[in-house]
Design a protein. Sequence first.
Lengths: 328, 298
Amino acid sequence: MADTTATPATMKVKLKIKRFDPADSGGKTWWQEYEVDVHPDSTVLDSLIEVREQEDGTLAMRCACRASICGSCGMKVNGSAKLVCKTRVIDVAPNGEQLIVEPMGNQHVVRDLVVSLDTFFNQINRVEPFLQPSFVPEQGEYTASNESMENLLTSMNCIMCGCCVSDCTVLEVDSSFIGPAALAKAWRFTEDPRDSKRDERLKTLNDEDGGMWDCTRCMKCVDVCPKGVAPMDRIMELREAAIEAGNTNTSGYRHTESFYNSVKKNGRLDETRLAIDSAGWTNIPRLLDLAPIGIAAMRKGKLPPLMPHKSEDHKKVRDLYKSVEDES
Amino acid sequence: MKYAFYPGCVARGGAPELYDSALAVMERLGIEHVELTKAACTGAGVLQEKNLKMGDILNVRTFAMAEQMGLPIMVLCSTCQGVMSQANHRVKRDPEYLAEVNKHLAAEGLEYKGTTSIKHLLWALIEDIGLDKLKETFTRELTGMNMAPFYGCYMVRPTDALEFKANPTRETSIEDLIESVGGTVTDFAGKTACCGFPILFINQANSMKMVANHTGTAKDLGADAMVTPCPLCHLNLDGYQPKARKQVRGDKADLPVIHVPQLIGLAMGMSEKVLGLQKHIVSTKELVRKAEAAPAKV
């Protein structure tokens, strides 16, 4: 009798790969399908290497360590960025489904699955990614407490694979955005007690176009980061730090502040007030810009009330705010 | 089925048709509810930028109210779902933090033990009612109607707080619902992307590009409407669609963006008025006409 518990020796993997050859295709991309037999424990990278070695030597891709340390093999699998060396086929195609493999997004494609890292490193360089202490220690090295270094571990885990940049929904519409990787890197220095440029760094990222306030909080970067850096969480901490350091000149700040105070006052969100506060009460062009939308909504009977609804126990919410604010 | 009902600020403000259509559909389904009128806003992730703990305290207060009633919470908003799920996730895995949060609630006589679950109407329809039972309430077969899903970020990420592993149907919930009413899914890559609403007042140019890309792409792929469980996505994708489409694509707003209970209501044979479809900025007339012409369900 056949042993039904034994693992089969090989597994079929079906791949549909986006191809691009700048020399031959006149700038056009095309899809090519492959089918390979690999060991059942294989990763997507193993399958791609099998394609290159056995089926099609022209397939271009980048990989090195094969152990999710070097950050070379970032690409899109079924529409979302992954390190393919860390992605087992069985997890993304449990029933032998075809895998769609594409180069990472928001970056220039050099050939097939290889993207240029220029965009990525231009973003990283914008945040001056190096320690800038204000003094030279008389002897020995710059020291820092264990706790302060442990706090930085999330961001220091970054292996610069570019997955977060690939799937960033803001970069999709605006290439001037500094991007999640660079902001997480900046946070690593604003939180380092040895760095002397904290205030300048926060001010720059607060003030500049494409800085910390342009993130939409969509969490794609948190979702795709293979190393747990959670860039968006770092961006939220940067915003909190920027506000604390007195940077109050942005729509982003006014938006957050208005939201916070609206709930404090009413227990609920005052949508009308939020729109006006964010625009700025003296910013006439921005306010005029809001008017047609408000009128269209009013005509349809869906303008939020001008005087906000309050939750029944809004005074208790105010007391709660007080108890939390007093504590800090 | 009985829930502690948390409609959220937008269903009670800028998208009143969501509240009305949800109540109509819930009544038809025999879903009982007690509205949490004393609960505060979730903070929508914005309040949390300034003070994460304050946000957690407000949400845990709401969880404690529902816990006292012995009911799960039902929400109508992807953002409410996500922000509440994240807060619940944080306090449930850290008893010390929960105790700290509970200290602030003691003055009101509230203490959260960690047993409240939070379910969007969309998930409740699939997980608690079941699609087969739901279909029994439909009077029309919306065949030939193409609909594009649009989830809203907070309904799909982060998957651990949203308990996707334990509830695998959550990943395809809108598609499953569209198919249940007899419609055809218009699949497109933007369905789990950002609608642009969070940066509407911060970087409107980027926000408009997102609105134009998503609605334009879905329309180009043949969609008659877009279906969303998030009223914030709705506000941007519907309310700002005329401006965005003109500014970014040079064309006209032509894709209605409907709420989950409106889709169900159309299949139940409810009228345009009851579902508040006349309140949309992008005209729903053609959509309503198609639904009314749809064959009766046998």
